[in-house]
Design a protein around this ligand. Structure first.
Ligand code: DC
Length: 224
């Protein structure tokens, strides 16, 4: 009997580009583990802040990063990061303080390295829980974490529209500043990787954006 294919879908893009909502929908539709890597960078940031580690104090960041022990808990179809056996709560990682600090920690190569194997290991989590694959969202998934992913999408939207989306979510977030930091860092900057499908979501409804990604995925799965 043929084993159905395990598929990896990478969705990258700036803050409030539509990644999270569309990847959750794809996760539900195709039974894919949903992995929001931004939540991992946020969880680490919340932990560093709790420990009083300053992003400018690189030796302290390196030492703290080396001590982090990660685990994964499932929340429905989504992977939630555990640090030292504790889930970092959504309320703690979506705060204004974390918004303001996360890009500074994410720019440090040792912080990115500390997360690399953990992120790739989410494919094993997905397999061991019987998912058909995973949909992983972030900034460097199609370029660095899974450059061989079956599908690589890059979502973008104009900054004014993204600011409106965040305001509607009731969040205070300096999107332009975070994108500037995320795009200009030396290690794994935010950019559309060669060969990825770039989608401008500014004037498209959520349904339209989802269909652009879902159509080739459904085609692949039905061809199997
Ligand atoms: O997706 P988000 O806005 O919640 O991500 C928070 C921050 O994490 C973002 O400003 C940059 C960083 N990040 C990253 O550097 N690489 C990723 N793959 C995901 C997020």
């Amino acid at each position: 009997m043929d084993v159905p294919p395990f598929i990896i879908v990478a969705i990258d893009g700036g803050a409030a580009s539509g990644k999270s909502t569309s990847s959750r929908i794809l996760s539900d539709r195709f039974n894919l583990l949903h992995v929001d890597t931004g939540s991992f960078y946020r969880a680490i940031t919340a932990e560093f802040l709790r420990l009083g580690v300053d992003a400018a104090d690189l030796p302290a960041v390196h030492a703290a990063a080396a001590r982090l022990r990660f685990g994964t808990r499932l929340n429905g179809r989504s992977a939630q990061m555990e640090i030292g056996g504790r889930v970092v709560l959504d309320a703690d990682i979506r705060s204004r303080t974390v918004n303001d600090h996360v890009s500074h920690f994410a720019a440090i190569p040792e912080v990115r390295t500390a997360l690399l194997a953990y992120q790739r290991g989410q494919a094993d989590v997905a397999r061991s829980h019987g998912f058909r694959g995973l949909v992983m969202e972030g900034r460097d998934i199609g370029s660095m974490i899974f450059p061989q992913a079956d599908f690589r999408f890059f979502l973008h939207a104009d900054p004014a529209e993204r600011a409106r989306r965040r305001a509607r979510e009731g969040q205070q977030d300096s999107i332009a500043e975070r994108d500037r930091l995320d795009s200009s860092r030396k290690t794994s900057p935010l950019a559309c990787p060669p060969g990825a499908t770039s989608i401008d979501t500014t004037h498209q409804s959520l349904d339209q954006v989802v269909e652009l990604m879902a159509t080739p995925i459904a085609h692949r799965l039905s061809a199997a």
